[in-house]
Design a protein around this ligand. Structure first.
Ligand SMILES: [Mn+2]
Length: 244
């Protein structure tokens, strides 16, 4: 049997509002991540939110790759700022859990991909900062980055820079993506380069210059992989790297 990569997906907590147990906490992740990994011949494992370092360490020891999934805003105190009025919902528990997860994944040198919040978390973890809301960018060319409904629709272009991993994966200078973010990278972390940007100059993808497969994208490839071949390429690249 061909070896299958095991890909961990970070998850979140959701509070049940109605049903049998109002106020009850549940561990969850959007199913698209799971489907995308399986479609690429790998095995997904949802990593539940916990602050137990030993449990996280053990979980990461089972993995070949880690996806940091989308979700809440990162607490601005993590990058030395007080919260501004347009900051969204934050979760200090999830920040702490994913910081430990990322630290362990880096220590084990496995493939790491950040998606949306995941990209932002990587940037903050590595010492970069975020715009707490796109309004704080004071950018008159700013595109619409919250497209609203239909996650599988492509709504803006990103330009993929030369000599980057992403360019190698997509093999073209420009692709169209979906977009669901109200924050963006401000100061880029050291030892990272911008691998894609939208026409308003906003950073849409980054990659490490130090580690082999450690990158993030601001869009949601898992929501469009069924319809667009070039998104599948990104997951296939990631899964192949995880196997090495
Ligand atoms: Mn965008």
């Amino acid at each position: 049997m061909k070896k299958r990569a095991i890909i961990g997906i970070s998850s979140s907590l959701i509070i049940d509002h109605d049903g049998l147990f109002p106020g009850y906490e549940r561990a969850y992740v959007n199913k698209d991540y799971i489907d995308a990994i399986i479609a690429c011949g790998a095995t997904p494992l949802v990593i539940p939110l916990t602050l137990d370092k030993e449990a996280i360490k053990h979980q990461v020891s089972l993995l070949d790759g880690l996806i940091l999934s989308g979700g809440q805003d990162v607490d601005p105190h993590r990058y030395g700022q007080e919260p501004l009025p347009k900051l969204g919902i934050i979760s200090d528990k999830r920040d702490e859990y994913e910081f430990i997860l990322l630290e362990e994944a880096k220590a084990k040198n496995i493939a790491i991909m950040g998606i949306c919040r995941g990209l932002q978390l990587i940037n903050v973890f590595e010492g970069g900062t975020l715009y707490q809301d796109l309004d704080y960018m004071e950018n008159s060319r700013l595109l619409k980055h919250s497209q609203g409904h239909d996650p599988s629709m492509l709504t803006h272009y990103v330009e993929i820079r030369k000599n980057t991993i992403l360019r190698n994966v997509f093999k073209q200078p420009k692709i169209m993506v979906n977009t669901f973010h109200h924050q963006a990278i401000d100061k880029l972390a050291d030892d990272f380069v911008v691998s894609a940007a939208s026409s308003d100059g906003l950073i849409e993808a980054i990659e490490s210059t130090k580690m082999d497969c450690y990158f993030g994208v601001q869009w949601h490839p898992e929501m469009i992989f069924k319809s667009y071949e070039n998104t599948r390429q990104l997951f296939e690249y990631f899964v192949n790297k995880a196997l090495k």
